[in-house]
Design a binder for this molecule. Structure first.
Ligand code: AMP
Length: 206
């Protein structure tokens, strides 16, 4: 597809190591393209907070910085993608994270004649991220966010999720963006990269 063609209501995914600022950028991309940002982490956290059956099952796993089993996560996302607001496009944040989730999502979308259209990867140096998160934990007095816990989440990401990026690269879906810099700088890089791929914003994020 040439850059001159426009694509409306896209199906996007944003990936990057924990602490790379995915959530913030996801909100902005979603506003720019008029699509919902769907974060499995946020949905799990809401369940933990409300002490739902799912929340009680996943709390200890999340506290340890490990991944919730694929079966639970796939079911959650399949329900969410069937809601009306996701019918014409969405931005996934934090899903898929394992190869099995990639395959589930492919099948789920294909069953509806759909597919992902771009995967935005925030690229950031591991040590810089660990340092950034350690400072944030100190500032916010989050004693649970120890350096060990932070490093563990980075390791899980590198082991489980970084390989997925190669799958999307092979499909020519990958849009790599330097994730280090201010929120606005990174946001502008994302906008420029997606526009260059022909994705047309429907609104300007303020
Ligand atoms: P996040 O806010 O995306 O970093 O997610 C917080 C936590 O939720 C993760 O550390 C996992 O325990 C769990 N989680 C979120 N998304 C997934 C997923 N796609 N697969 C497995 N676990 C997930």
């Amino acid at each position: 597809m040439s850059a001159a063609e426009t694509r409306l209501s896209p199906r996007f995914l944003i990936v990057g190591p924990p602490g790379a600022g995915k959530g913030t950028q996801a909100t902005q991309i979603a506003a720019t393209y008029g699509i919902p940002a769907i974060s499995t982490g946020d949905i799990f956290r809401a369940n933990v907070k409300n002490e739902t059956e799912l929340g009680l099952k996943v709390k200890a796993i999340m506290d340890a910085g490990d991944y919730v089993p694929d079966s639970l996560t796939n079911e959650l996302i399949s329900d969410r993608l069937q809601q009306d607001d996701a019918a014409d496009g969405f931005l996934l944040d934090g899903y898929p994270r394992t190869m099995q989730q990639v395959e589930f999502l492919d099948a789920h979308l294909a069953a509806q004649g759909q597919a992902l259209e771009a995967v935005v990867q925030l690229v950031a140096d591991r040590d810089e991220i660990v340092e950034r998160l350690r400072k944030r934990a100190l500032d916010q007095g989050r004693s649970d966010d120890t350096e060990d816990a932070i490093r563990h989440r980075q390791d899980v990401y590198l082991r489980e999720t970084a390989p997925l990026v190669e799958t999307y690269r092979e499909r020519d879906l990958l849009v790599e963006v330097d994730g280090l810099g201010s929120i606005d700088e990174v946001g502008e890089r994302i906008d420029a990269a997606l526009t260059a791929r022909g994705f047309q914003p429907v609104a300007t994020a303020s």
